[in-house]
Design a protein around this ligand. Sequence first.
Ligand code: NAD
Ligand code: MG
Length: 394
Amino acid sequence: MRSISIFGATGSIGESTFDLIRRAGGAVTYRTVALTGGRNIARLAEMARELRAEVAVTAHEDELPALRAALAGSGVEATAGATAIAEAADRPADWTMSAIVGAAGLVPGLRALRHGRMLALANKESLVTAGTLLMQTARDHGATILPVDSEHSAVFQALTGEDMRAVERVIITASGGPFRDWPLDRLAAATVHQAVAHPNWSMGQRISIDSASMFNKALELIETREFFGFAPDQIEVLVHPQSIVHALVGFCDGGVMAHMGPPDMRHAIGFALHWPERGQVPVARLDLAALGQLTFQSPDEVRFPALRLAREVMRTRGLSGAAFNAAKEIALDHFIAGKLAFLDMAAVVEGTLDRLSGEIALGAGIPDLDAVLATDHLARIRADELARTRHRNS
Ligand code: NAD
Ligand code: MG
């Protein structure tokens, strides 16, 4: 029986993973090792009971009594805190879903890789923050990383059986989000409520706002560079409002392989769950005749400066991804709190990168985990300082 763990089980990707596991027979088909979540204790306990997990972990130590109470009599162990999450990743599981949001997903992912496991990686922030380290850890320990971001799963699928040397370019698509056609002055006044209303995908709040600002696509550009190893100028973004074509790979003979699918993350999750085979996944089937047309346009780096900043990070590498991601997370916190204007998120990230480049060698060598975590920490402090100066100015 295959054993699984889900980190970030109570989130959008976690719930979709749970749904696929349950439809495939749940506790009859899979042995569940660890499930982790945040403050939604009732849901975490419900999932752990249903899948008869070995351990359920909440990220918050003050929630431990509630988790223990919710699991009373179930035989499921309850633990809490960041260390407990990392320890849960040490427990043997054949397949691990990394679906915590933010840089907090890095350490559990690394721990699973150190045990040579199969890691389904939805947490793009860990590749952005420490791509070289993550990929090197996987190689050193014979672990497998399966990309779960829809675009990266699409590239992975389009590359199957191909010679990497024959690849000329890779194109990841972007829906353009709810603000695709908004002029700059309207973008300046965009609210949280408007930003979370994604036209095609149903996702967690943070990634939905990142889609509206194109920071999500910026993270994905860096993710493409780190995961597949393509040079920055081989990777392009194409706006495609229908979200049906997820990525395209162009080869040296002029041929292009495009991957299509419905905008439902269960396809990419199911692909990773069943890999290297293909299993039944209950997503809607594509009906291109009903869709009628698929459209494409170039992205606008003036209205969406996150893309331009990502290009810088792709060239600099080193510690710049850790700084970029951390600054973005802080800018997003301030936007969600209603204190920072939508367009100022990019200004805070750019300002943080500028400041940090004067304080530390952002592009130096292959950073270890301590250097990554120290950069993440410093970037959060600088980004918070910058965001606060913008509160007062606005
Ligand atoms: P979400 O906000 O819905 O869920 C996040 C999960 O992580 C929850 O279980 C939450 O309790 C947990 N969590 C949050 N902060 C934590 C912390 N500090 N420590 C431990 N656990 C914490 O997020 P999501 O939309 O499911 O996204 C998860 C990851 O997958 C993100 O990295 C996102 O970029 C990526 N992703 C999501 C989608 C999508 O469609 N939702 C698509 C592609 C990639
Ligand atoms: Mg994506």
